[in-house]
Design a protein. Structure first.
Length: 118
C-alpha cells in the first residue's frame, strides 16, 4: 500500500519561506511522477508543481513560478517543495500526489496546512 505523508507546513509571515516534504512509503519514488497541489478555503484544488521521475524536469503554475522550487531525493523516497517569498494568497492546504505513469492511478497525501500572514 503506497502512502504519502506531507510535512513542513505552518504559519509564516509574508515574504518568508517554508519547505514542504512528501515522504513516499510502500513504493519507489522513481516509479512516479510527483505533483504538488493546493486548496484554499472555498476554492477548488489547483495544480502547483510537477517533478519528473528522474527529478530532472519540473514545471510550475504561473502563480508560483520563480518563487517555488520542487525537488526530489530518490534515496530518501521524498520530494520537496521549497516555497520562498510567500504571499497571503499562498495560504492553503498543500497536497502531494504520485502519478503512476501510463495509468489513471494516483495516490494522494493527507495534506499540510500553510498559512501566510500579512
Amino acid at each position: 500500500q503506497v502512502q504519502l505523508v506531507e510535512s513542513g507546513g505552518g504559519l509564516v509571515q509574508a515574504g518568508g519561506s517554508l519547505r514542504l516534504s512528501c515522504a513516499v512509503s510502500g513504493g519507489t519514488l522513481s516509479r512516479y511522477r510527483m505533483r504538488w497541489f493546493r486548496q484554499a478555503p472555498g476554492k477548488e484544488r489547483e495544480f502547483v508543481a510537477t517533478i519528473s521521475r528522474s527529478g530532472g524536469s519540473t514545471s510550475y503554475a504561473d502563480s508560483v513560478k520563480g518563487r517555488f522550487s520542487a525537488s526530489g531525493d530518490n534515496a530518501k523516497n521524498t520530494v520537496y517543495l521549497q516555497m520562498n517569498s510567500l504571499k497571503p494568497e499562498d495560504t492553503a492546504v498543500y497536497y502531494c500526489r504520485a502519478d503512476i505513469l501510463g495509468t489513471v492511478y494516483n495516490y494522494w497525501g493527507q495534506g499540510t496546512q500553510v498559512t501566510v500572514s500579512s
